[in-house]
Write a protein that binds this ligand. Structure first.
Ligand code: K2U
Ligand code: NI
Length: 183
């Protein structure tokens, strides 16, 4: 199982690379890696497992965060309307997005960042994502609000972008012109 010792921390160049497309149909190795990434999110959100194994709770994980520069992400979350999302995806791509922006009132964190980085992270309020799921099936997801934010955070990791790259350095709490989520 993946534990915190497997999570790469900021400063490692793998977090600043563009991850490679996964060759499909996915190999057994890539499929297994993606399943273990999803398993980390499940374990990290289980009160007993997270305490027993010292897992920092996560709602998303990207392969570069475990040192693998491949375009694979996993998401396990519930949005502001209690809609559940459970995805393990190869080669996710944002194919369209809103002009309107959104941001988390509480700001963002990252399993690869062992420090608070305060400030609003402006992102698209709505996105359409196309990908291949862990079973090899094509998926198209229309995402908005918190789910859209989480998917953008994870897809950013595939492009070597960290959440704090988006924060306004002059005025971190300058409210982006968009929807505040979690108010
Ligand atoms: O990629 C990661 O490091 C996992 C991130 C996911 C994230 C996405 C959007 C905004 C914040 C974080 C987090 O570490 S998961 C931890 C977490 C749990 C519940 C709510 C927010 C963050
Ligand atoms: Ni992150």
């Amino acid at each position: 199982m993946i534990t915190m010792k497997d999570i790469v921390r900021e400063g490692d160049p793998v977090l600043r690379q563009r991850a490679e497309e996964v060759q499909l149909p996915a190999s057994e190795e890539d499929t297994n890696t993606l399943k273990k990434m999803h398993e980390y999110l499940v374990n990290s959100q289980d009160p007993d497992m997270s305490v027993e194994h010292g897992l920092r709770p996560g709602i998303g994980l990207a392969a570069p965060q475990i040192g693998i520069p491949k375009r694979m992400i996993s998401v396990l979350m519930e949005d502001e309307n209690e809609k559940q999302y459970s995805h393990a995806l190869f080669n996710p791509r944002i194919v369209s997005h809103s002009i309107k922006l959104a941001y988390l009132e509480a700001g963002e964190g990252c399993l690869s960042v062992d420090r608070e980085v305060p400030g609003f992270v402006p992102r698209y309020a709505k996105i359409k994502v196309r990908a291949t799921d862990v079973n090899g099936t094509g998926v198209e997801l229309q995402l908005k609000g918190f789910a859209a934010i989480v998917f953008q955070h994870e897809i950013d990791h595939l492009n070597g972008i960290m959440f704090y790259d988006h924060i306004n350095t002059e005025d971190p709490f300058n409210r982006p012109d968009g929807i505040a989520i979690g108010r």
